[in-house]
Write a protein that binds this ligand. Structure first.
Ligand code: SF4
Ligand code: SF4
Length: 98
C-alpha cells in the first residue's frame, strides 16, 4: 500500500478497498486469457480475505467477493503469482482444461 494511503487510517478493512485493482480503472477491455496453461483456483474454506493476492496480481483481476476473493478468468494470465503470495495456500494452480 502506498504510504500516503497507509497514513490515512490505522486500521483497514476489506470494505475500504475497491472491488478490484483494475476494474475500477477500466483498463480491461477485451478478453485475453486464451494462452493460459494453468489457472488459479481459490479454496474459499482456507481464504481469510487478507487481500495479499488481490494486491499482488499484476493484472488486477482478483476482486473481492463477500469475505473472500474471486478471480476473473477472462483476464487472468495464469502467472501463478497469487498462488505464491498466499501464505495460507488457499490458491492452487490447476492445469487448464482445453
Ligand atoms: S492471499 Fe490467500 S488468504 Fe489472502 S485473500 Fe488471497 S487467497 Fe485469500
Ligand atoms: S494467476 Fe496471475 S494473473 Fe491470474 S489471478 Fe493470479 S496473479 Fe492474477
Amino acid at each position: 500500500m502506498k504510504p500516503h494511503l497507509r497514513n490515512l487510517k490505522t486500521k483497514w478493512t476489506l470494505q475500504d478497498y475497491p472491488d478490484s485493482t483494475a476494474y475500477e480503472a477500466g483498463y480491461l477491455t477485451s478478453k485475453n486469457a486464451g494462452w493460459r496453461s494453468v489457472r488459479p483456483v481459490i479454496d474459499a474454506e482456507k481464504c481469510t480475505g487478507c487481500l495479499q493476492c488481490y494486491l499482488h496480481c499484476p493484472d488486477g483481476v482478483i476482486f473481492k467477493s463477500g469475505k473472500v476473493v474471486a478471480i476473473d478468468y477472462d483476464f487472468c494470465k495464469g502467472c501463478g503469482i497469487c498462488g505464491r503470495i498466499c501464505r495460507l495456500k488457499a490458491i492452487k494452480m490447476e492445469v487448464e482444461s482445453k
